[in-house]
Each structure stands twice: as structure tokens, then as C-alpha cells.
Design a protein around this ligand. Structure first.
Ligand code: SF4
Length: 349
């Protein structure tokens, strides 16, 4: 009798091991993952090999960065009893599947991935003319297909990668099967509603712009960052009316504040009845309300990081068991299983 877990659809997603997370990571993915834990059978992984595709030259902080990501996951509410959290490099089967997929993936498919072209053009301080960087969507396909995921939660910019994963699955299934049975299902994208989360300078929140509010920022830091946040440029003087729809602080309210506060901001901003300082303090209150319980949860693991590492190890062992089963099928389908039946004629000799 299948357990409840097996009946649930499976979800896989990952984050690069880039260190501590910011509110943009939370709103863009993590918050959604926390909600999915009970609805799906979730596998979440820290993509330390993916981090190497752009940051290969210095790996001195890679393990520390992985732990920081995990601490923020646990802080946000991912629960090892309700989902599997693991680290990519501790499930080396991903590398084997990546290699096999790289044999069947046409170069043209990779060269036309939009983020490949974009990043080659925009990132000038690193040499991205590497095989690993071109091939990272193949590694991503291996990550997803290894778990035969039904769904992959992604932002708009990642939909093309899931499409490529589907094409790779289709191509593999076309060439190979186990007694007529295909190995890989085609996963679906689960589009994460893209809330607009601006950084303190009004641009998209990103570590590379230095405009982030981190999940670990203590209350005084959050309040200070809010104080310097840009606002609707139309409000030059306190008496000038503004528009929260044109203000990054207004965007924060829409995501984090109660409907009463949002109404109060809309009314007060448009009539110049409130000042930006007051409005920002309400936004800071909303953020602190969300961040405080996270930081409390994080503390337990910060005080005992071994506990966090053990969660990752147990998750990696569990993921490894699923990966082993998939790789057995893959090897069998490709005629590369360790089993060997000598031809009858030679056995008779
Ligand atoms: S009152 Fe609030 S929403 Fe309006 S411009 Fe100032 S900070 Fe932005």
C-alpha cells in the first residue's frame, strides 16, 4: 500500500550556495517552498556544483555558503520532517546523469538558452567561456529528472530551462527504454507568482547591486535600510502627494503589510496626509514581524551548526537512495547495467 507521501506529486527545486539569503530570495522562492511542503513531496537541494559554473576560481567559502543557505531555509520554516533537503555534490549520481545527458544534448539547444546569452554578455569580470557554464542547463536537467519530479517551481526566467529539461527527457526516452517502458516523465513548470520586490535603491533586489535586506538583518539594520530607501520621486516636499504604485516602499507594503495598512498608505500618500518617514516605519514594522520569528528559529541552528549539517547529510542519503533507483533504470536502458548474461554459445563451450 503506497504511503501518503508516495501519493503526492513530487516537486524539486534548488538554490545556488551563495551564502545568506535576502528578502528577494524569500519572496521569489523560499516562501513558496515552505507552503508547498505539505502539498507535495518536496526535494530541495543546495546547488553547490551550479555555483561553480560561474564562481569556479575560488571555492574557499563554498561549504560555509551552503550552510548559510540551509540555515536560512530552516529559519524560513522548511522542516526536515516534511521535505528532503540535500546538497548536490553529496549525491554524485547527478554528475553521472549529467555526463550521460551531455552525450545526447545538441550544442544548439544550449547555445540558444536565453540566460546563457544574457549572462555571457553581462558578466564581464569572469571568464564564462567554459564547458561547465554552457552545460549547466544539462546539469539542471539531471537534477530534475533524477527525481522524476512532476513539478519544478520556477520564476519566469527559468521556464526555458524546464522546457530544455523536457526536451532532454524526450530525447533520452526516444533512444533508450527498459523493455519498452520509458524512464523519464516530462516535468511541468510551476510558475511562482512574481511579486515585484525592489531593493533599497528601487532596482530589483540583488546582492550584486548592494541593495538587499537580508533575512538575518537585525531590527535596527532593517529600520536603517528602510530609512534610506528611495520613494516616489514626485514627493519632493512633505506636502507633495505621491503614489504608492510608483514607490518601492509601496511595493514592500503590498507584499508584507496588512490590508488595513495598505489602505492607510494609499490614502495617506495620495493626499499627503502621511510623510514618507512614517510610511517607511510601518513597512519596517511589517518586515520585522516576519524576520523576527525567522531569526529566532535560525539561532537554534546557528548555535549548533552540526545539527543543520546532519539534516543535510540525512537528506542527501535519502536523495541518494532515490537517485540510485533512477540510475539503475538509466544504466539498464542504455545497456550499461552491471548485470551480464554471457551469450549461450560461449556458455556451452
Ligand atoms: S508615503 Fe510611502 S508610499 Fe508614498 S511615497 Fe512616501 S514612502 Fe512611498
Amino acid at each position: 500500500m503506497p504511503s501518503g507521501t508516495q501519493l503526492r506529486k513530487r516537486v524539486l527545486s534548488g538554490m545556488r550556495s551563495t551564502g545568506k539569503l535576502h528578502l528577494g530570495n524569500y519572496v521569489g522562492a523560499l516562501d513558496n517552498w515552505v507552503r508547498m511542503q505539505d502539498q507535495y513531496e518536496c526535494f530541495f537541494f543546495i546547488a553547490d556544483w551550479h555555483a561553480l559554473t560561474t564562481d569556479y576560481a575560488d571555492t574557499s567559502r563554498i561549504k560555509e555558503n551552503s550552510v548559510e543557505v540551509l540555515l536560512d531555509w530552516l529559519a524560513a520554516g522548511l522542516d526536515p520532517d516534511r521535505c528532503t533537503m540535500f546538497i548536490q555534490s553529496h549525491v554524485p549520481q547527478h554528475a553521472e546523469l549529467h555526463l550521460l545527458f551531455s552525450m545526447i544534448t545538441p550544442l544548439g539547444w544550449l547555445e540558444r538558452v536565453p540566460t546563457y546569452k544574457e549572462q555571457r554578455e553581462n558578466i564581464k569580470d569572469k571568464d564564462l567561456g567554459t564547458y561547465g557554464f554552457l552545460g549547466y542547463p544539462v546539469l539542471q536537467a539531471a537534477d530534475i529528472l533524477m527525481y522524476k519530479a512532476d513539478f519544478v517551481p520556477v520564476g519566469e526566467d527559468q521556464v526555458a530551462h524546464v522546457e530544455l529539461t523536457r526536451e532532454i527527457a524526450r530525447r533520452f526516452n526516444q533512444f533508450y527504454n527498459v523493455n519498452g517502458r520509458t524512464v523519464f516523465p516530462e516535468p511541468q513548470s510551476l510558475l511562482t507568482p512574481a511579486a515585484k520586490l525592489p531593493g533599497t535603491d528601487g532596482r530589483k533586489m540583488s546582492k550584486s547591486y548592494g541593495n538587499t535586506i537580508m533575512l538575518t538583518d537585525p531590527e535596527p539594520v532593517v529600520r536603517q535600510k528602510l530609512k534610506t530607501m528611495v520613494t516616489d520621486p514626485a514627493r519632493v516636499r512633505r506636502s507633495d502627494p505621491g503614489n504608492p504604485d510608483l514607490c518601492p516602499v509601496g511595493d514592500l507594503h503590498k507584499i508584507f503589510s496588512s490590508s488595513e495598512t495598505i489602505a492607510k498608505v494609499g490614502e495617506g500618500c495620495r493626499s499627503a496626509a502621511i510623510g514618507c518617514i512614517e510610511c517607511k516605519s510601518w513597512a519596517a514594522d511589517a518586515l520585522v514581524n516576519i524576520l523576527n520569528p525567522m531569526q529566532e528559529r535560525r539561532k537554534k541552528y546557528e548555535d549548533n551548526p552540526r545539527l543543520a549539517w546532519d539534516i543535510l547529510e540525512a537528506g542527501s542519503a535519502k536523495a541518494g537512495r532515490v537517485a540510485d533507483a533512477t540510475m539503475s533504470e538509466v544504466r539498464e536502458a542504455m545497456g550499461m547495467s552491471p548485470e551480464y548474461e554471457p551469450p549461450e554459445s560461449s556458455a556451452a563451450k
